[in-house]
Design a protein around this ligand. Sequence first.
Ligand code: HEM
Length: 178
Amino acid sequence: MSIDYGPLTGLSGTFKGDKGTDIAPDPDGTEENPFREVITFTQVGDVKNAEEQTLAVVHYVLSVTRTTDNAAIHHQTGYWLWDKIKDEVMHSIAIPRAVCVLATGKAVTSEDGTIEIKVVAEESGVVQTDFMHKKAKTTSFVNTIRLKGDELHYFETTMVDIYGNSFEHTDTNTLHRV
Ligand code: HEM
């Protein structure tokens, strides 16, 4: 039987975009990094949990390169998951700072076929090392993605307690399926 990926159906294949903007914390305040990005989504099937819950599963891996000096400034992998019965979307994230996030939310499809998924994690949805908890604590995460055909747009805000302040670390990009 074929798997129903619901609102995640279009998350498949490789997307590229070179007009990303990152606002990141810096000891002197803020740094802004223009970036290019590649995201590859792979539909991996479904899983059953406790014989009750079925989740359709899409794995993704993304890499981000700063446009100005070609430095690799971010890498991320995880899953997008859809629970058809609850109509809930889950987004699990691992980043190589020893930080993991589990965000949950809903998908909405507009009349023109755009699928918007917004997921949110509070601090209880974040797992991080003692070091990060003390020095650069992620306190919340919100990600909104919008998919229309082969165009994928996202805007995400990661709140980070760092250098004595609560910093709004934002990332946005528009990518196209290649
Ligand atoms: C496109 C997405 C992202 C990009 C391009 C990006 C890039 C960056 C950059 C350039 C820094 C500053 C590093 C430094 O100067 O030390 C940073 C810091 C940080 N990022 Fe991200 N980031 C992204 C997404 C995320 C996400 C999703 C999370 C958490 C879930 C996250 C958590 C952090 C944390 C905790 C720091 C503070 C570490 C530090 O500056 O010492 N970032 N990020």
